[in-house]
Write a protein that binds this ligand. Structure first.
Ligand code: PAF
Length: 304
């Protein structure tokens, strides 16, 4: 695995990877990697590309410098995980590669960036959009993979790519879950044992509400009942809403591409999740750590 720490090393690494692959796939990350990130790399490999991951804890997407300083960092562990996952190269920019003293430009976002996480974390999506545009400019990938776990972020990035004609195909990667349904997240490590036991209720409650909404239950009543269920188990629900899965606007009935999205706090940990709730009646299969382990073993034996 090529490790690039300067723009020059990055140019060399992308050149090597392009020589032996039909396309270059970028997996942008902020490090503190876990099996969810490994599944992004696995997806990137499956769509046929040479894979370059980036690790950069982006200061402009944190509204609080305390959160930025506390964000977990483990470069050695991250590099080992990426190598094991079959990543071809890693880009480790310095803050000055992204934001030098003369930096005067940022990507302004509206549309899908408004509301929900946009309200909870002012400036967050502007920071994400700006750093992703810079990464695209530096790495020049053909495809970039982002987790569906951060559904609103994925829609913001799709819109930025389209509006700025960045010419990168954006691939959404299904959320990886523990066997009890909890979506993998770097924040899960901060749950107490009791909170960890309660946490899967978020996904279970959302699935049940999505099923009823698809079967034509009154949306406001059904979401009210779901909020009540969660509150009774100790969740402080920031939002639980039915939205158009592309524009992120709230909607009052299931239709093509509608999505149920939620943010809820358990103690100090804010959990995000989302499930399909469109009128087609199809339910996304749950992708678990066991599926991921089988995929990795196929990769190691060269059959996948
Ligand atoms: O999802 C993340 O890890 C970050 O928001 C991203 C896309 C790497 C931008 O910093």
């Amino acid at each position: 695995m090529h490790v690039a720490r300067t723009r020059q090393e990055l140019a060399r690494a992308t050149c090597y990877v392009r020589q032996s692959h039909p396309s270059l796939v970028l997996v942008p990350t902020m490090g503190a990697l876990h099996a969810g990130h490994v599944s992004l790399v696995a997806h990137a490999r499956e769509i046929g590309g040479g894979v370059i991951a980036s690790i950069f804890v982006n200061p402009t997407q944190f509204s609080d410098s305390g959160d930025f300083n506390r964000y977990p960092r483990d470069e050695a562990g991250d590099l080992a995980l990426l190598a094991q996952a079959g990543c071809d190269a890693v880009w480790l920019p310095q803050v000055t590669d992204m934001y030098d003293d003369a930096n005067a430009t940022a990507v302004d976002v509206a549309g899908p960036a408004l509301g929900w996480e946009g309200d909870a974390r002012p400036g967050h999506f502007r920071g994400v959009a700006t750093v992703v545009a810079k990464l695209f400019g530096q790495v020049r990938p053909d495809i970039a993979c982002f987790g569906e776990k951060d559904w609103q972020q994925l829609q913001v990035i799709r819109r930025v790519e389209r509006d700025l004609a960045l010419n990168v195909r954006i691939a959404g990667v299904p959320t990886l879950r523990e066997s009890d349904g909890l979506a993998l997240s770097s924040r899960n490590r901060f749950l107490t044992q009791a909170e960890r036991r309660a946490a899967p209720l978020l996904y279970a409650t959302m699935l049940a509400a999505a099923r009823d909404i698809k079967a034509a239950a009154a949306v406001d009543d059904r979401l009210g009942a779901a909020r009540h269920t969660l509150a009774a188990s100790g969740f402080a629900v920031d939002y639980l809403a039915l939205v158009d899965g592309e524009t992120m606007s709230g909607v009052s009935q299931a239709g093509p591409g509608t999505r149920l999205i939620a943010a809820a706090r358990l103690g100090s940990v804010r959990l995000l999740d989302n499930v399909a709730a469109d009128e087609s009646g199809t339910t996304q299969p749950k992708l678990t750590l066991d599926d991921q382990a089988a995929r990795q073993s196929r990769h190691r034996s060269g059959s996948g």
